[in-house]
Design a protein around this ligand. Sequence first.
Ligand code: NAD
Length: 260
Amino acid sequence: LLAHKSAIVTGSTSGIGLGIARAFAAQGADVMLNGLGQADEIEFTRAELQREYGVKVRFHGADMRRPDQIRDMAALAATAFGQVDIVVNNAGIQHVAPVEAFPQERWDAVLAINLTAAFVLVQAVVPGMKARRFGRILNVASAHGLTASPFKSAYVAAKHGLVGLTRCVAVELAEFGITANTLCPGYVKTPLVERQIADQARAHGIAPEAVVRDVMLVHQARKEFVRVEELAALAVFLASDAASSMTATAIPMDGGWTQH
Ligand code: NAD
């Protein structure tokens, strides 16, 4: 579905981003990986994807708190692949604390990585997309882009902001063949969520098993974590020609959490 396309997927050394990068490569797209991690493990993943799917796979370690590095990554992708057709703003971090005790430094980091980085990358790739009259912008927000939970002030603010940014660029760029959509997953069992189980247990003063049952999946009617592969399939569809008229949406994939 994505032959002759190229994509940048931020935060693709782990979890949802890696699943989306893999699915794009499997559909024939060249992919720029990005994220933090051990250099040898990242190189292993990069080489494995390239070998398995026969596409170009590159890596750029841009720190999403650094606009200059984000712009450098976009420039490298354009050089390596000839163009950038698809961007997935997926990198994200979480911090869980009561609002009155929320460290300002953590607020700034959550906003920078989960929201400002997306703005910077969109700004960098849009001129090329406009010139070619094709582009796909996929922003990974969260159910927390549509609703709130306690102790996540920065994350909920950033993800609501990302939904807003997506809607704005969607209407601004619609006539140029560029779509922009937000994916709003419920809980997915990735390293980000594994770390949160312990943090949430502390914040709520309950046991880790109770966090999964009574906090994370309490509103998720299906009572199961969303799978990375389901989100990756949605991303492939949104990036494909079949989704040309689908823009400015914020799509929940949350086992019946936000829409009931
Ligand atoms: P993860 O922790 O497994 O992966 C996060 C990725 O972001 C990693 O590749 C990491 O290296 C990268 N990253 C973090 N800080 C970075 C920085 N400063 N610069 C560059 N890269 C950085 O998390 P995940 O669960 O796969 O989350 C991916 C996205 O999905 C996030 O935006 C998250 O908010 C969102 N999300 C996750 C869930 C869930 O339940 N896991 C639910 C809804 C939304």
